[in-house]
Unconditional design. Structure first.
Length: 383
């Protein structure tokens, strides 16, 4: 008899059921339903190897994975990459963790242990043991291959801390992944989901980059780092969603981008929002490079310019009140409107004043009879 537990029913994998699995299951069912007399007639050649060699995979097909640094915010990236690596190598069946991640089943690859009736001939029983031992060896070899790939995907310091730190992983790939996960979460209170969420809500716009487009990328990177931490810790109520990140970045973006708020609010994916925001930021960066300013900066400069004009007007007013100002005839005194409109007396005796009824004012250039307003024919002809 085989050393494995009772045969489990074959399951349908995500990628289809191999051709030999129904045959093996059917023959296994026939063996279990045989009478003692029928079992005595089963030759070794009638037993079917439950392993589908075409689905076993190979470590040589595994792509290179950037080593996991051990930091909490790097765990999600590593988990994604190592899962893809194991899947590409065709070894997802060999580990419970990766079977779960890839939604695979063990039976389509290695089948169930061969069942042998107690009354089968000795040679038939020996063949059954041989097939079952080969199946068990293939399962162990696959698990060992996955262990080696996972171990090579983590930083040497992390491997040292995990493998020699009493984690008891042996060469079990599932225990190794669990140890990497525990190491990434860390033993300190600062590595908690609640603390990461608090950091997220306290986050401010990252304005360290020289360009606004660079600031967009930096701010998204800050948010996504905290999202990865909460995902790695996987604590109830402390997982940041993409929707939360989109609301946060719009709420903390600089006023230069406010004009595009309606466009941003219509974005449903984080990558789309980042692309839109970066595109608008790049346009503002290009405007600055061309000598223009953003709306906010332009408004600040306009206010400054208006303040300078106001100050200059005040200076000219003070000079006029003090009798300042230069002219061709020397210093001139500036008169008020009331003095110029008093017909009873000229504003002063320094100049030759003439009264103009049409302007109701004293003038040094014309009187009522020579006012261009009343006598346009007297206006000098232009060349």
């Amino acid at each position: 008899m085989a050393d494995d537990s009772a045969a489990a029913p074959a399951a349908t994998p995500a990628h289809g059921t191999p051709d030999n699995t129904p045959d093996a299951a059917a023959i296994d069912a026939m063996l279990q339903g045989m009478t003692d007399a029928e079992a005595k007639t089963v030759p070794p050649k009638d037993l079917v190897n439950p392993v589908n060699s075409e689905l076993l995979g190979a470590p040589g097909n595994a792509p290179t994975v950037s080593p996991h640094t051990g930091k909490t915010d790097d765990y999600v990236r590593w988990k994604r990459d190592i899962t893809n690596c194991i899947s590409t190598a065709g070894l997802g069946w060999a580990s419970q963790f990766f079977r779960s991640e890839l939604q695979l089943e063990l039976a389509p690859v290695v089948g169930a242990p061969v069942f042998v009736h107690s009354h089968c001939p000795v040679l038939t029983k020996q063949q059954a043991h041989r097939l079952n031992e080969a199946r068990a060896a293939i399962i162990a070899r696959g698990a060992d291959q996955v262990y080696g790939i996972v171990l090579a995907s983590i930083d040497a310091a992390v491997a040292e801390a995990i493998c020699d730190g009493g984690a008891g992983v042996g060469r079990d790939p599932d225990k190794l992944v669990a140890a990497v996960t525990a190491h990434a979460r860390g033993p300190h209170a600062k590595n908690t989901g609640a603390n990461a969420v608090r950091q997220f809500y306290a986050l401010q716009w990252n304005g360290k980059a020289a360009t606004l487009a660079g600031q967009v990328d930096a701010s998204f990177a800050d948010m996504c780092r905290l999202q990865r931490i909460t995902s790695a810790l996987n604590e109830d109520g402390c997982n940041l969603t993409a929707q939360q990140l989109m609301v946060k970045v719009v709420s903390m973006m600089p006023a230069d981008l406010d004009v595009h708020s309606r466009t941003y609010e219509n974005c449903t994916e984080l990558t789309t929002l980042q692309a839109e925001m970066k595109k608008d930021a790049a346009r503002l960066d290009n405007s600055v490079a061309a000598g223009l300013k953003s709306f906010v900066t332009q408004g600040d400069r306009l206010s400054e310019f208006e303040a300078r004009i106001e100050k200059r007007i005040e200076e000219l007013t003070r000079l006029q009140a003090a009798g300042g100002g230069s002219g061709s005839g020397g210093t001139r005194t500036q008169h008020s409107r009331a003095a110029l409109s008093d017909k009873s007396t000229p504003p002063d005796s320094n100049r030759r004043w003439k009264w103009c009824d049409h302007h109701n004012s004293w003038s040094t250039s014309h009187d009522s009879d020579h006012c261009h307003k009343a006598h346009p024919e007297l206006r000098p002809k232009l060349d």
